[in-house]
Write a protein that binds this ligand. Sequence first.
Ligand SMILES: [Zn+2]
Length: 154
Amino acid sequence: METWPILISFTYPHEAYLVKGYLESNGIEAIINDELTAQVANIYSNAIGGVKLRVSESDYNQGIQLLKDGGYLQEENYKNESKVEIVLFDKSTNKKICPFCSSDNIAVNNKPGVITTVVMAIINLIVMIGAIFPRFKSSFKCFDCGKEWKYKRK
Ligand SMILES: [Zn+2]
């Protein structure tokens, strides 16, 4: 029997559907797992590994290549915040400008949303046993130099 490995996973079902459509338009059949769980409780979506998009083993390598071509793998990295740099700040730090190029063309990524944060806070209170759930903090992105960063008090 042919296996269907996970090609990529997403926090939200609509992201998975977007990529499913993209793959299928390129002739690759894709299936989506754990969609319902993610819709019912987005908070658990990351804990269970998100909404999983699977393709047949024979399509896997082509699928990865299509994801790269479509820029979806970069998005996944961005989601994991692997590019986010830590910037030390003090009272004199102007958080309205980019610490790397001083541009004011920046955006704040507040993730997840307010409701999720409240749910997270409750769950964190319940579990308390350390870092079962990652702590989310606002990160910043500069549209001029492309850097992403978070602030950490000196
Ligand atoms: Zn910048």
